[in-house]
Design a protein. Structure first.
Length: 163
């Protein structure tokens, strides 16, 4: 039987990430306050580090018609691609605050966001490092969204072979 494994890193303090990624994570934590989450009270902030050194942020935005909302990860990526279409994406930090309990464990991207980030990696032609953290507790760093989405569906799956 085949198995799937991947490696990731864990850190205890944001400062252990290095200056740039520490600042990125601080921004993700800060922008959670901008989220619009009146239904779940689960506010998510995402911050993206671009190859030009700029940082772009996004938050989750809920809607009473649940499928209409947008996650922080997709919000941030859409902003980054819209504002800097020819600039590479280096990393994305994701954090959250929940009124229903502690925010002391990393929250991982949902399936839709994993697919979206994977497509952005294809567009980017390089991996996007993911830094995941609550407001406190351990920090998880994952090398690529594809690590979280093995056998991802992509553009190559839509290409037809010549007959």
């Amino acid at each position: 039987m085949a198995t799937y494994q991947f490696t990731y890193q864990e850190f205890l303090q944001p400062e252990d990430l290095g200056r740039e990624l520490c600042e990125l994570l601080k921004l993700a934590k800060k922008v959670t306050s901008n989220a619009y989450a009146p239904y779940s009270n689960f506010k998510v902030g995402a911050a993206i580090l671009l190859s030009n050194g700029k940082m772009v942020q996004g938050v989750n935005i809920e809607n009473a018609s649940y499928p209409v909302g947008v996650c922080a990860e997709r919000s941030a990526l859409a902003s980054a691609i819209s504002q800097y279409p020819d600039t590479g994406i280096i990393a994305m930090a994701i954090s959250y605050v929940s009124s229903s309990g502690k925010s002391d464990q990393p929250a991982f991207p949902c399936g839709m966001c994993r697919q979206f980030i994977s497509e952005c990696e294809d567009r980017n032609k390089k991996n996007i490092r993911l830094i995941l953290s609550g407001t406190e507790g351990k920090i998880v760093v994952i090398h690529s969204a594809k690590d979280l989405l093995p056998f991802a569906f992509g553009g190559k799956d839509l290409l037809k072979e010549d007959s």
